[in-house]
Design a protein around this ligand. Structure first.
Ligand code: SIN
Ligand code: FE
Length: 295
């Protein structure tokens, strides 16, 4: 079965104006689980910034270098204070570009997208040792155990900045509704009181809802199922160096197979501000559960 999930656009700058966006709007396309792909949207490293295209700036402990705001130290990086300041400015510039991109692309979300962390991924995907649960070479939708969202949407902007022309190779999987229908029957029920305990122990940063529980179950059951990984409907797609793409990563099944050097910006969006508020994972899961999953 072939999947039709990539939508390509010719945009080549980070500040799209209304005339460059299809009149019918891009929000509905994104919300239907497509990947918006911009083959000519390049993030440029200026002047001597190209020296940051090296693994040497990673502190070797964190997977990514993470920008969390101008007033907060850059996380996961090592180097002299001057180098770190320049690297931080670079990642911050990408963050600003990603913000102006989504502002231009998605007028319906105007004023409602909240900027999350920005990550700079210097490590090569191939040969990375990790536990199966953290293994992003397995198809999954994003759901992070320590960071429950309660149904907030995760919108991500990715840019492949590889200097040697290496693509970022992804697999994109079946529609969320099919994925959820497949694994929901195998999911455990949330334990009464467990959300309160996890929050009080500081294991979760906020209260884990029924939604977070089931998203975690889909994430884990899907990643642990070898046959599913191998045989479920999926598409291999190479994002070339110098390209960018935008996706709801809590909805689109994805896995990364190869690549090195990528920037990524996360945005959060309340589901009520979607063009179609019923299009997100929360509504699908509530339909399967037959109850509200907001608690
Ligand atoms: C992921 O979000 O699962 C990984 C994406 C990537 O590193 O390309
Ligand atoms: Fe992911």
């Amino acid at each position: 079965m072939s999947l039709d999930v990539i939508r390509e656009f010719s945009l080549d700058h980070w500040d799209p104006f209304p005339g460059e966006i299809p009149k019918s709007g891009l929000e509905a396309i994104l919300e239907s689980g497509k990947v918006l792909f911009f083959p000519h949207l390049r993030f440029n490293f200026a002047g001597d910034e190209s020296r940051f295209l090296s693994e040497q700036w990673s502190d070797g402990k964190a997977k990514n270098i993470s920008f969390r705001g101008h007033d907060v130290p850059l996380q996961g990086a090592q180097g002299s204070a001057a180098d770190i300041a320049q690297l931080k400015a670079l990642v911050a510039r990408f963050s600003g570009n990603a913000e102006s991109l989504v502002r231009g692309l998605f007028p319906h979300y105007q004023g409602h997208l909240r900027r999350g962390f920005t990550s700079y991924r210097t490590a090569s995907v191939e040969g990375r040792e990790t536990s199966w649960r953290k293994d992003d070479t397995r198809l999954h939708v994003d759901s992070f155990p320590s960071n429950p969202t309660g149904g907030l949407r995760l919108l991500r902007v990715f840019s492949n900045v590889n200097p040697s022309g290496l693509p970022r190779v992804w697999r994109v999987g079946e529609p969320f509704a099919d994925h959820a229908a497949r694994f929901f029957p195998r999911a455990s029920r949330p334990l009464p009181g467990s959300a309160w305990v996890l929050e009080k122990l500081g294991i979760t940063k906020s209260r884990r809802t029924g939604y977070d529980h089931y998203m975690g179950q889909l994430h884990d059951l899907g990643k642990a199922d070898f046959t599913y990984q191998q045989t479920s409907p999926q598409l291999n797609f190479e994002f070339p160096a110098g390209s960018s793409w935008v996706v709801f990563s809590d909805q689109v099944l994805h896995a990364v197979m190869a690549g090195q050097f990528m920037l990524e910006q996360t945005f959060y969006l309340e589901p009520e501000h979607l063009a179609n508020p019923a299009s997100g994972p929360l509504d699908f899961l509530e339909g399967l559960a037959g109850r509200s999953l907001k608690i």
